[in-house]
Design a protein around this ligand. Structure first.
Ligand SMILES: N[C@@H](CCC(=O)N[C@@H](CS)C(=O)NCC(=O)O)C(=O)O
Length: 287
């Protein structure tokens, strides 16, 4: 695997934030990501646990790492953070950037099967496999201690990745995750476009459908949802569907679901609960 190309490097909270670009096999395009490495990982003294964060619609690799308020807490726990982009970019697909809910910035963490998108839009393989292989090879992270979290579309991506791959992620959490994409406009629109009309295939990427079938190792899950989030109110997120599916199927998942009065969908909300999510992951990553 060719080494990623360093684009920039900045010191921050007793560690460094690096931005890299690399040619991806999964997406057949250049991809960028940021990685925060605490000093222990930079000196090579020890391999540190690693958290992957998946962003929401319209985001790139920078939104969370610049305004999520995560780095001080990651430094305290000596955990690395990887923030990938949310889609391939500038692939030459007709209309790829015309709609903020589709294409650029909206990859939905699936492997597209529809011809228009299938060459490049393979974000599932990219974030779950290719990027993690690359990070493991080039940085001092302990891949056996990996967890995943995310926001909105990325919160769903995190839940879906963890439920599809029992034992791979120690813990998973979401800030206002889309929870049942087969039943909400955010989800149906993108699944139809990327995966076609076969709803059985959708179910393999839908966190609520996946939790009904989960047979893996014990999976700790934390969800925070702002009560004043307009996308929650308009039923794009549907956390209650996920809660009911979890409770009724009695699967090997331990879910803490919290609704936070007064908070909306923005990074003001995300940064308000970031410390609590990192404490949650640190507990499981250090066991
Ligand atoms: N552009 C949309 C909002 C999209 C949105 O809220 N995106 C969330 C993720 S779903 C986000 O994190 N946006 C980027 C940011 O706040 O930095 C609108 O105008 O309603």
């Amino acid at each position: 695997m060719t080494a990623p190309e360093l684009v920039s490097k900045s010191r921050c909270f007793h560690g460094e934030v690096h931005k890299y670009m690399h040619q991806s096999t999964a997406t057949q395009s250049k991809m960028t990501f940021n990685i925060y490495l605490p000093d222990a990982a930079l000196t090579g003294k020890e391999k540190v646990p690693v958290l992957y964060y998946l962003s929401g619609l319209t985001c790139n690799e920078d939104n969370m790492i610049t305004k999520g308020g995560a780095l001080a807490h990651l430094s305290k726990h000596q955990i690395a953070l990887v923030t990938p982009d949310t889609s391939p970019r500038s692939c030459g697909i007709p209309g790829e950037s015309d709609d903020w809910e589709l294409g650029t910035g909206a990859g939905f963490y699936v492997d597209a099967t529809q011809e228009k998108w299938s060459r490049h839009y393979n974000m599932y393989t990219y974030v779950h496999q290719e990027l993690q292989d690359l990070v493991k090879e080039h940085f001092a992270v302990d891949a056996l201690r990996t967890s995943v979290f995310g926001h909105s579309m990325g919160g769903h991506g995190a839940l879906m990745l963890a439920l599809r791959n029992p034992g791979h992620y120690r813990s998973v959490s979401g800030f206002a995750p889309i929870c049942h994409p087969s039943t909400s406009e955010w989800g149906r629109k993108q699944f139809t476009e990327y995966l076609g009309k076969d709803e059985e295939l959708w179910a393999r990427y839908d966190a609520t459908e996946l939790v009904k079938q989960y047979e893996g190792e014990r999976l700790p899950i934390l969800i925070d949802q702002g009560a004043d989030d307009p996308f929650y109110k308009s039923k794009q997120l549907q956390p209650s569907h996920f809660v009911i599916a979890t409770e009724s199927s009695r699967r090997n998942v331990v879910l803490e679901n919290r609704v936070q009065p007064g908070y909306d969908h923005s990074y003001w909300f995300v940064q308000s609960f970031m410390e609590s999510h990192i404490e949650f992951h640190a507990k499981h990553l250090k066991q």
